[in-house]
Design a protein around this ligand. Structure first.
Ligand code: MEV
Length: 316
């Protein structure tokens, strides 16, 4: 019987990169998802992989080694002998593959779920998340685990990586009002592991500067948690701009990101920042309401960038 599984895309509201070093981050799954289907393949074919996910031009080509490594890691971890048990894995769904959307984690989670169903392995969400993390590690080096956690569980979370290797802290965040979000694509695809490694190099080279940046981030995050819990979108937005200032200082921005942020700001965005890896990828913009959201998206589109409107965070 074919197995099916889903993995959600995600957006990080606060704390990408900081999260790699054990600081808390806030992220939310978005409704867009990747759907994996696993069925018996043709004998002698090993794995037949069909990737029908929508993409930002060039994403799959740039990420082909990462995608291969993820699949290989899952298959090996589950000790599936594809010479004996050939598989056909097909990916579909409405999550557009673009840097910053959590597409690689959505792939991992959806494939783990589909294999679980196909082989009737009886895994729970925790085990699926663990497998997705193993795949993410094979694909992108030293992930914090935030992406696969969003991809697997959905919802809005506070995520804190356990640097000692134990269980990560995951707390469901209840916000008073759902947030209206515009996700804008720079069209640039980045390899997360390279960007994470570059931040590490810079952090080691300039410990004082990064020490200050990290402590500034902590303050931003503490204020953000209060703002989110109170449903204070204005304050949340203000703090997103401040988080972006730090990310820019860490050399994670680029002209396209800054252009989108400027257009969003000029068109009433309460906040905007890069989300995910940076140096391209996706920008998250916070709007006051649905009307403001449409206005921001239209202006960004007019500036030549793709957009996607969504809402995150459930009513408390
Ligand atoms: C990528 O979506 C977020 C990063 O913080 C890396 C990670 O947490 O694994 C850049």
């Amino acid at each position: 019987m074919p197995g099916k599984g889903i993995g959600y895309g995600k957006t990080i509201l606060f704390g990408e990169h900081f999260v790699v070093y054990g600081l808390p981050a806030v992220a939310a799954a978005i409704a867009d998802k990747t759907i994996a289907t696993v069925e018996a393949g043709k004998s002698g074919k090993g794995i037949e992989f069909i990737d029908n996910r929508p993409e930002v031009l060039g994403y799959k080509e740039t990420k082909k080694d990462e995608i291969k490594a993820e699949l290989k890691a899952i298959i090996e971890h589950l000790k599936i002998d594809t010479a004996k048990t050939p598989l056909k894995i097909t990916l579909t769904g409405d999550l557009e593959c673009a840097s910053g959307m959590g597409a690689s984690a959505a792939l991992a989670s959806s494939v783990a779920r589909a294999l679980n169903e196909h082989f009737k392995l009886g895994f729970d969400d925790e085990r699926i998340n663990e497998i997705a993390f193993i795949a993410e590690t094979a694909g992108s080096g030293t992930p914090s685990g935030i992406d696969n956690t969003c991809a697997t569980y959905g919802g809005m979370i506070i995520f804190e990586k356990n640097l000692a290797g134990g269980k990560n802290k995951i707390e469901l965040l209840k916000v008073k009002k759902p947030l209206h979000i515009v996700l804008a694509s720079t069209g640039i695809t980045q390899e997360t592991k390279n960007v994470v490694a570059e931040v590490k190099r810079r952090k080691e080279k300039e410990p004082q500067k990064y020490g200050r940046i990290f402590s500034d981030y902590r303050k931003i995050l503490n204020d953000a948690l209060v703002a989110l819990e109170n449903g204070d979108a204005e304050k949340t937005g203000e703090l997103m701009y401040l988080n972006q200032d730090l990310l820019r200082e860490m050399s994670l921005s680029c002209p396209e990101i800054e252009r989108i942020i400027l257009v969003a700001r000029e068109n009433g965005a309460l906040g905007a920042k890069l989300t995910g890896t940076g140096r391209g990828g996706t920008v998250i913009c916070l709007a006051q309401d649905a009307k403001a959201q449409r206005k921001i998206a239209k202006a960004i589109e007019a500036a030549g960038f793709g957009t996607h409107m969504t809402k995150i965070g459930a009513m408390a």
